[in-house]
Write a protein that binds this ligand. Structure first.
Ligand SMILES: Cc1ncc(COP(=O)(O)O)c(C=O)c1O
Length: 451
């Protein structure tokens, strides 16, 4: 048997996720440590984290309280069975999380990732319709360009072609409405764009096409993140909610990215003032330190399952690691850190809270939009502490221009993320003005000479 200590450290064995494996292995980018706003690369360079890892390290890296909580938890209770058993921290966490969400989103189901949270929410929606006596309501509706993780339910309701086309017929009974991206009318919008609330009307058309009696739920990212930061037009989400109400269709918000302060409010639910029936979260819930996800459900949904003999399981779903003690310890310490440092509203615009003048959202917006007019830049958009710079693709070579920008930015010490020809930015919420200046100055330097 091979002894790993004697095995040459080559890069071949690891089949990397969502990665250009051959390009990476010719020119690897390895991160070996992280603290606060910075990674350190294996060649000893400091790299400013412009993406909060993968939109998850909202409190910044190696935060002492979180590190200590996880270290202590391993020694105290490493694991407790998730089924028919519990441990105190998982109940404490559920109570704290539901206290953060507006009522009646007052129950929470734990998972280990965004993808698992999506599957969980879709299954809750289908099962809810059934327990309510609406067993014919089985259709799910998603959106073009939606990203809901990589499992079969998620790619079925998702709308990213490359994530779907290789995997057969996916889930049956799924339809999609159009995305809201409209550069012709909304390019260079600051915050929520003005035009496009009427795109929501497509939901009504699709529901009527299938008949409302067959439609269980619609799932939407309030701000579509992974597809390149698509911000919903003014009034769009409100109209989606109204249509769902009219036809008794559940509304699921996928807040895997928008949750935990990304928009300058705790959740997108707060930002837009729209109340979904289920909210999917992950990532920032545990600061990316230990994998975790959570699905919030309205009281009416939880209550609908709590019928029948009390010794019977009400919902046949769950994961070995649902509410894992390490994840709960990380999440509790993460929530403490968010609260102590005011991070969940750090991305608010100046003056959002009367007299505070503290939100960094305005500074972020002004800094990003200063890149307008740079070569190839066809749009800049922002909301809270998230932003995107959309580039004109090189004819016949989509994604290449942005990928080159990503490589150059890494070389110059800033981690950005690209999707298609869009640069997406989402720094940890501990970001300060000087970090924003560093990100924008580096991007300006790169964009100036980008082929
Ligand atoms: C909106 C949304 N949903 C679901 C997911 C999937 O999360 P995970 O990668 O943790 O499975 C992501 C990941 O980026 C996401 O952005």
């Amino acid at each position: 048997m091979a002894d790993s200590r004697n095995t040459a450290n080559n890069l071949d064995a690891f089949w990397m996720p969502f990665t250009a494996n051959r390009q990476f292995k010719q020119d690897p980018r390895l991160l070996v440590s992280a603290k606060g706003m910075y990674y350190t690369s294996s060649d000893g360079r400091k790299v400013l984290d412009g993406t909060a890892g993968l939109w998850c390290v909202n409190a910044g890296h190696a935060r002492p309280k979180i590190v200590e909580a996880v270290a202590n938890q391993i020694g105290e209770l490493d694991y407790a069975p998730a089924f028919q058993m519990g441990h105190p921290k998982v109940f404490e966490l559920a109570s704290r999380l539901t206290a953060m969400m507006p009522s009646p989103l007052d129950h929470v189901f734990f998972t280990n990732s965004g993808s698992e949270s999506v599957e969980t929410a879709l299954k809750i929606a289908l099962a809810y319709q059934r327990v309510k006596g609406n067993g014919a309501k089985t259709r799910l509706i998603g959106r073009e360009r939606g990203y809901h993780g990589v499992n079969f339910g998620g790619i079925s309701v998702g709308g990213i072609v490359t994530n779907r086309k290789m995997f057969g017929t996916l889930l049956g009974g799924v339809d999609h409405i159009r995305h809201t991206h409209d550069l012709a009318r909304n390019a260079f919008s600051r915050g929520v764009p003005e035009y496009g609330a009427e795109f929501a009307d497509e939901l009504e058309r699709v529901i009527l096409l299938h008949d409302a009696s067959t439609v269980a739920a619609v799932i939407i990212e309030p701000v579509a993140g992974s597809t390149g930061v698509l911000i919903p037009p003014k009034g769009y989400l409100q109209r989606i909610r109204e249509i769902c109400d009219k036809y008794d269709v559940l509304l699921i918000f996928d807040e895997v990215i928008t949750g935990f302060g990304r928009l300058g409010t705790p959740f997108a639910v707060d930002y837009f003032g729209v109340m979904p029936d289920l909210v999917v979260t992950a990532k920032g819930i545990s600061n990316g330190v230990v994998p975790m996800g959570a699905v919030f459900a309205q009281k009416k949904i939880y209550d609908a399952f709590m019928t029948g003999p009390e010794h019977l399981i009400e919902f046949f779903h769950g994961y070995t690691y649902s509410g894992h003690p390490l994840a709960c310890a990380a999440a509790l310490a993460t929530l403490d850190t968010y609260a102590e440092e005011g991070l969940l509203t750090k991305g608010a615009m100046d003056g959002d809270e009367p007299g505070d003048g503290k939100g960094l959202g305005t500074y972020w917006q002004t800094a990003l939009h200063s890149l307008r007019g740079m070569p190839h830049v066809i749009d800049i958009r922002n909301i809270g502490l998230v932003g995107a710079i959309e580039l004109e693709p090189i004819p016949g070579q989509p994604t290449k221009r942005a990928f080159t920008a990503f490589l150059k930015a890494y070389e110059k010490g800033v981690l950005i993320r690209t999707t298609g020809d869009i640069i997406a930015l989402s720094p940890p919420l501990i970001v300060e003005k000087e970090h924003i200046d560093e990100i924008v100055a580096t991007l300006a330097m790169i964009l100036k000479d980008l082929a």
